[in-house]
Design a protein around this ligand. Structure first.
Ligand SMILES: Nc1ncnc2c1ncn2[C@@H]1O[C@H](COP(=O)(O)OP(=O)(O)OP(=O)(O)O)[C@@H](O)[C@H]1O
Ligand SMILES: [Mg+2]
Length: 217
């Protein structure tokens, strides 16, 4: 079980941005985090994904306290048990889509042939079969977003965390990405946590929390 337990998490950047936040995401949830710009959503998601460390409090994922891990352990955790998708995709421009997607496996010294079946299945699932040998800049925003999602899924994470997955997409691409996340959640049981500005986007999930000035509403 990969429940995420956020317990009394605080974070300051000069001033306190998150004020002792506590909540639990149950395994299999599709949670949307909403709130005004500057309310602390990306900061919270980063802490939940082990990208940022809290100043106080803890985040446990499936029983592992991620704040207590060393940088090295955290990097492995991020690559394997958590999938983090940044707002602006973070695809590496000098690598093909395929190599971008395989990068987490390469970094972990995995034998790529062991993942061929998984790779093909995910490429089909995300409808990216036709662009795998292209470079990211030649892809549409929606394709880049799906490639970033596929890269986050290659390790079979328990949880995928996404910052504004449809923020840069038109409505058609946004719908395709949200349908993908919904299928991922329902068919594969992956826990999904997304930050979103959009009410429509939040409606794909089963739960919404709202942050205002670093506190839960
Ligand atoms: N690395 C940083 N250094 C300094 N201040 C930061 C940093 N990251 C975030 N902040 C501040 O923390 C507050 C919350 O930022 P955060 O990015 O979490 O907001 P957000 O809810 O994601 O906003 P948006 O909807 O605009 O993306 C903001 O006031 C921001 O300026
Ligand atoms: Mg943000």
């Amino acid at each position: 079980m990969s429940d995420i337990i956020v317990s009394e998490v605080s974070k300051s950047f000069g001033r306190e941005v998150l004020h002792s936040l506590s909540f639990t995401v149950n395994s299999g949830d599709f949670l949307s985090i909403t709130g005004e710009s500057g309310s602390g959503k990306s900061t919270l998601l980063g802490i939940m994904g082990g990208v940022l460390r809290p100043d106080k409090g803890s985040v446990t994922v499936g029983g592992t306290d991620i704040a207590a891990l060393s940088e090295k352990e955290l990097a492995v955790m991020r690559r394997t048990r958590l999938g983090f998708v940044y707002q602006f995709f973070n695809l590496i421009p000098t690598m093909t889509v395929r190599d971008n997607i395989l990068l987490p496996l390469v970094l972990d010294g995995k034998k790529l042939s062991d993942y061929q079946k998984k790779f093909d299945e995910l490429a089909m699932f995300t409808h990216l079969g036709g662009v795998l040998d292209d470079y990211p800049e030649t892809l549409s925003g929606g394709e880049q977003q799906r490639a970033a999602i596929l890269r986050a899924l290659i390790h079979d994470p328990e949880v995928i965390l996404l910052d504004e997955p449809t923020g840069n997409l038109d409505s058609e691409n946004a719908h395709a990405v949200m349908t993908l996340l919904s299928d991922l959640n329902k068919k594969y049981g992956v826990t999904v946590v997304q930050v979103t500005h959009s009410e429509q986007g939040a409606a794909y999930g089963n739960r919404v929390i709202t942050i205002k000035d670093g506190r839960l509403l």
